[in-house]
Design a protein around this ligand. Structure first.
Ligand SMILES: O=P(O)(O)OC[C@H]1O[C@H](OP(=O)(O)OP(=O)(O)O)[C@H](O)[C@@H]1O
Ligand SMILES: Nc1ncnc2[nH]cnc12
Length: 179
């Protein structure tokens, strides 16, 4: 494990049985409160985005926003929010998906993603892969290209990676940490 991975891992708190029994919640708030760790995370995700030729960064509400917005600025790329359904005011594309602990719907402004865009989807945790898969589906339906998915932490035992294989279409899934 690299020094940066050790730093990031040391700042993620395991919270058993949240938000429901049986789930070990990966809480990133200690990492966000540590400026060196947050900066290292931003730098790593920006490097991944640029290395894969992204022109836009998509952040997934809510925790994905916190990571993707500084990454977009650091990498000099536009930021596009994917929001929980009902929040965006303009014409949207909408996608339903399953979570480790429920179901939800997400939306993106249709005009924010064009066929010229190469999109890096950024989030904190990849669990079942439902959120990332739905986001990639939105990117594809908008006609944009997929540069990849980059997450802070992949929960390997839930095998979200397998769920994304088809949606990624050969694009990379990069996780800074896998547990
Ligand atoms: O791989 P999956 O099983 O889809 O789970 C991962 C998603 O779950 C969490 O978000 P959540 O929907 O809990 O929302 P939040 O960011 O608003 O806390 C997390 O931030 C990811 O977006
Ligand atoms: N175990 C978990 N910890 C944090 N975020 C999550 N999103 C889905 N599963 C999660």
């Amino acid at each position: 494990m690299t020094d940066i991975q050790e730093l990031l891992l040391s700042r993620i708190r395991d919270v058993p049985d949240h938000p429901k029994p049986g789930v070990v919640f990966k809480d990133i708030t200690p990492l966000l409160a540590d400026p060196a760790a947050f900066a290292a995370l931003t730098e790593a995700l920006a490097e991944i985005s640029l290395r894969h030729g992204a022109t836009r960064v998509v952040g997934l509400e809510a925790r994905g926003f916190i990571l993707a917005a500084p990454v977009a600025i650091r990498a000099g790329l536009g930021f596009v929010p994917v929001r929980k359904a009902g929040k965006l005011p303009g014409a949207t594309l909408r996608q339903a998906y399953d979570l480790e602990y429920g179901t939800a719907e997400i939306e993106v402004h249709a005009e924010d993603l064009t066929p010229e865009d190469r999109v890096m989807v950024i989030d904190d945790v990849l669990a079942t892969g439902g959120t990332a898969a739905a986001s990639l589906e939105l990117v594809r339906r908008a006609g944009a290209q997929v540069a990849g998915v980059a997450v802070l932490m992949e929960l390997g035992f839930l095998d979200g990676r397998a769920k994304l294989t088809q949606e990624l279409g050969g694009a990379p899934l990069e996780a800074l940490l896998t547990v």
